[in-house]
Design a binder for this molecule. Structure first.
Ligand SMILES: N[C@@H](CCC(=O)N[C@@H](CS)C(=O)NCC(=O)O)C(=O)O
Length: 202
């Protein structure tokens, strides 16, 4: 199996963590999707990572789809509850965490533009999405819907989203008034799969 991705992408990290936790051997193919020259589009016409190439040569992309494909392999631990409604709930939280990653990514791209071309309005819009998303996640921790155990697509995606906003310093004050989320991600970051997939420092 080959995972096409970059070491800084939170979506790729989500899939890497799932593969490591399930003990699935994979080759990491490092591609930088924002570089002018990159090979991502030969795997995903949208030019986005992650993409997963199976041993049969089938290609899957969009991280929730890849996660779902990996569940079909029936390799423990299961990353979704068996009960359909509970499973949908976890995927809803995964979508929320993915949305926070999307907003953080847009912010980072916007801030990489020359200052005169940056839109404060756009940055604020994205910051508000992140803030509302984190508030919703804190609510899920408070009501017990979102927990560190058992590991699943929801708590993995949440930890990857927060790992990314920490890494890019997108919302430096995110932990103020969100004690549940802090505790959740601190627990998850202790796992070997998260330690091994930390984005590079430089
Ligand atoms: N919904 C996609 C989002 C993937 C995504 O946005 N990946 C970024 C890297 S973090 C990317 O490849 N961007 C390249 C581009 O938008 O051209 C997923 O869940 O896989």
């Amino acid at each position: 199996m080959k995972l096409i991705g970059s070491y800084t992408s939170p979506f790729v990290r989500k899939i890497s963590v799932i593969l490591l936790e399930k003990g699935i051997t994979f080759e990491f193919v490092n591609e930088l999707p924002y570089n002018a020259e990159n090979g991502v589009s030969q795997y995903n016409p949208l030019g986005k990572v992650p993409a997963l190439v199976t041993d049969d040569g089938e290609v899957w992309y969009d991280s929730p789809l890849i996660a779902e494909y990996l569940e079909l392999l029936d390799i423990a631990p299961e990353m979704l509850p068996r009960e359909p409604h509970a499973s949908l709930k976890m995927r809803q939280i995964e979508a929320l965490a993915d949305g926070i990653m999307d907003a953080a990514l847009v912010s980072v791209r916007e801030q990489a533009r020359p200052v005169a071309q940056q839109s404060e309005t756009e940055l604020l819009r994205q910051r508000e999405k992140i803030s509302r998303g984190l508030d919703a996640l804190e609510g899920y921790v408070t009501d017990g819907t979102l927990q560190a155990e058992p590991l699943n697509v929801a708590n993995i995606a949440v930890a990857c989203a927060i790992g990314y906003i920490n890494f890019r310093r997108v919302s430096p004050g995110w932990c103020v008034d969100r004690p549940g989320l802090i505790k959740l991600v601190e627990t998850l970051f202790q796992r070997e799969s998260f330690a091994r997939t930390e984005p590079p420092k430089a």
